[in-house]
Design a protein around this ligand. Structure first.
Ligand code: HSE
Length: 440
């Protein structure tokens, strides 16, 4: 039986999971691939800690360059993460003609275009199924299953940490801080959790999906990003009263000449399937002109689910090697010369619905001043709610709008703030309500 040698760089949570699958499920994998997949080396600075995996003697080594330079290793699996040494090692592996698998979303989102160019020049594959949505086969779906479709839109919950925090605050009343500590303890938060809570991790993932879906270069810098750290429990409670849940969504729409690509907390109706994706789970809906809507759902983080996606890439590349084929499927799904620079629509140009919360003194005339300014900017109010009554201090006034342009919303809220009718900066949360949008 033929043999394919694998080298893993980094033996942290996911790296350990990949080693575990390759060792413990070796027979299962070989009965599917028709060859042995041998874990030749795993490189990590720490080779002493017992990871609960039965490594053969000499497999664990400290020198990652020894793995990428080893002529016997066919597939290099980068599990270090980050944009430093991981990039250097991947480039060296490509230069040495290795097939490469990575789960490194930050690296692919920021440097994917140049890494893919390097891989094209060397005619090797770079696979990154685990970079988006953990175990969910979203990359395979876009690169293979949905190739007969023009992708019209994608809406996803792509960060387990944020979804866990928002679910805990909504369902259990936990504080933001406590829920974040729990997410960290469960091992799905990034080493720097601001990447999670400020939306950047979700943006990395959306940048990758956009390229695969629309045939555009990976473009991280033009994605609008807003995280969940400004969401108050009060807004989550009000959202519930209007039939909405707040989720951190990655939203992407193909508008023809441009794409929308934005990450922000969003109110979605209870009957939207994504509304019921809770805890650390991820999900994504994709709309294509042939398939209509599909929903992919599963564990977006964690040792074994993420390792499962990495191993699927390893097996794909092993099968290619056995057939003597490389680059059977273009890395970004489209032929290199067909990949375009499609502009990302500036956030000011999008149309959506809005939730506003104003903090105002409870006295006559305030409401009419606010609604007057909104009206003068062409913003149509769907409903107004005054929450509670106080003789002194502030009361929240909540407004829901019909579809409005973001630029108009910003101008109106600036004017409202400058008129000193509100006591604090207004809170804005965008709403995605398909039924309501279809009526508009
Ligand atoms: N920090 C990420 C999350 C891990 O919370 O979803 C998976 O990419």
């Amino acid at each position: 039986m033929k043999n394919i040698n694998i080298g893993i760089l980094g033996c942290g949570t996911v790296g350990t999971g990949v080693a575990k699958i390759l060792i413990e499920n070796r027979e299962l994998i070989s009965s599917r691939v028709g060859a042995l997949l041998t874990l030749k080396h795993v490189a990590d600075l720490d080779i002493e800690t017992d990871r609960g995996v039965a490594f053969d003697k000499g497999v664990l080594i400290t020198d990652a360059y020894k793995v990428v330079d080893d002529p016997e290793i066919d597939i290099v699996v980068e599990m270090i993460g980050g944009e430093g040494i991981a990039k250097d090692l991947i480039l060296r592996a490509i230069d040495n003609g290795k097939q490469v698998v990575t789960a490194n979303k930050a690296l692919i989102a920021s440097h994917g275009n140049s890494l893919i160019k390097a891989a094209d020049e060397k005619k090797v594959d770079v696979a990154f199924e685990a970079s988006v949505g953990g175990c969910i086969p979203i990359i395979k779906s876009l690169r293979e299953s949905l190739v007969g479709n023009h992708i019209q839109s994608m809406t996803g919950i792509l960060n387990g940490t944020c979804n866990y925090i928002l679910s805990k605050i909504t369902d259990v009343g936990t504080t933001f801080e406590k829920a974040l500590v729990e997410a960290q303890a469960n091992g799905f938060a990034e080493a720097d959790p601001t990447l999670d809570v400020e939306g950047f991790d979700t943006a990395h993932k959306l940048a990758i999906l956009g390229a695969l879906a629309y045939g555009m270069e990976i473009n991280l810098k033009d994605i609008y990003v807003e995280g969940i750290s400004g969401i108050a429990p009060m807004d989550i409670e009000f959202a519930g009263q209007f039939g909405y849940r707040i989720k951190l969504l990655a939203i992407s729409k193909n508008t023809g000449d441009a794409v929308e690509a934005r990450v922000h907390p969003t109110m979605i109706p209870f009957d939207n399937l994504l509304s019921n994706v809770n805890g650390s789970l991820n999900a994504i809906t994709i709309s294509g002109d042939s398939v209509g809507d599909i929903l992919l759902y599963g564990h977006g983080a964690g040792m074994m689910p993420t390792a499962s996606a990495v191993v699927s890439d390893v097996v794909d590349l092993a099968r290619n090697l056995l057939s003597g084929i490389k680059q059977r499927i273009p890395v970004l799904s489209y032929q290199r010369e067909k990949i375009r620079r499609i502009p990302v629509l500036p956030i000011d140009d999008i149309f959506t619905q809005y939730y506003f919360r104003f903090s105002v003194a409870d006295r006559p005339g305030i409401l009419s001043k606010i609604s007057g300014v909104l009206g003068s900017h062409g913003i149509s109010i769907k409903s107004v709610h005054q929450k509670g009554r106080k003789s002194e201090g502030s009361v929240p006034i909540v407004m829901l709008t019909h579809l409005a342009k973001e630029a108009d919303v910003k101008k109106a809220l600036l004017e409202i703030s400058s008129r000193e009718v509100v006591n604090d900066r207004p809170v804005i949360i965008r709403i995605e309500d398909k039924d309501e949008q279809e009526k508009s």
